[in-house]
Design a protein around this ligand. Sequence first.
Ligand code: SF4
Length: 454
Amino acid sequence: MTNFQLSTYNFQLPATFFIETYGCQMNASDSEVVAAIMQNAGFTIAGDIREADILFINTCAVRDNAEQRVWGRLDFFRQLKQRRPSVITGVLGCMAERLKETLLENGTVDLVAGPDAYRSLPQLVREAESGQKGINTLLSREETYADISPVRMDKNGVTAFVSIMRGCNNMCAYCVVPYTRGPERSRPADSILAEVRGLLEKGYKEVTLLGQNVNSYAWKNTDDPSKTIDFAKLLELVALEDPALRVRFSTSHPKDMNNAVLYTIAMYPNICNHIHLPVQSGSTRLLQVMNRGYWRESYLERIARIREIIPGCAISTDIIAGFCSETDDDHAQTLSLLREVAFDAAYMFKYSERPNTKAARQFSDDVPDGIKTRRLMEIIALQNRLSLESNRRDVGKTFEVLAEGPSKRSPGDLAGRTPHNKMVVFPKAHCKAGDRVSVKITACSSATLTGVMI
Ligand code: SF4
């Protein structure tokens, strides 16, 4: 413990904090906001979890197994607390929002803060330090943390996430996000552009614009409400900041992916030719049950327009196997859609019911687990083959690769990504992280390309 005299607080503060992050890129981005808020209040980041005075776990509630991992991790936190009882532990993010009191009843947890309550963390720490349980899970209609300059916790100093909006209004039947992250809010465009400029000054080479549904981004100029910046315009403004800056975005919603965005991607060479467009199912009937707002044919029409406007654009997706009432025919339609689109990559999951969602309240989770597993295995096997075919088509071609750092499997080599978001491993030679190099692809697996610099 260290005594701190701060502008707002005058009490004994634990000095260091450590954040463990689970879940999506939005959570990683949120942890950087949390780090900034804590640093601004006088705390410092601990290099080692065992030495930290405050342990935060930033959680994900999207799937049940993500929550189970967090409970397992809280067991480890309990052991650390047994050794050092002064340690304060806090659960942040979606699971904090969802489970509030249950978490506090677990003897290990001293405070919980929902995704819109991070500004109150120093205060919650103070309450926890005085022996009270700290809790703030209020959701906001305005909070975007626009004025917070995130502390970059990425290791490479090359690629960074920039949050452009928070929350979601879509209410997909299976999804807990609208309940845990609140309604959709867009962040002011000028604060996004200022953050991008700051990253450029620090030497970053790539930004990924983040939101649950980036295509519905809309920022009304407060001085002139007749002027709205939509996502296509924002993308253009970010791309224009520096033609050498690579720009990515995630996640898109098929119902909102309009042609204006596609033409913007086609127009600016520094916007990467990769779109992640979650389809979830190939069956129109099931898409309607899921409340996705599009159907198989309209999704395929979007794919056709992407390929027409941005030839060669890589497309990845998300698939859920075994959603409520899914029949063998629905599943067969998912497999046929995978074949028809020939996605370059996919994230594939077995449906797990999330409490309080429309699906949990109104539908029966009626696909037996064994059938869910079999369908998921079929989807994975097919997609692995499609990914391998996609990668094989790249062998012999040359791509601009942005080196991100040492390869995990062969630390003597460098790893980086093509504009199509494919990971490439290549001999380091004179190269370093942050360099943009031309790499000729010589071999591949379904997950990775390997190549040589030319
Ligand atoms: S678009 Fe649907 S799946 Fe995505 S965050 Fe919103 S509700 Fe969830």
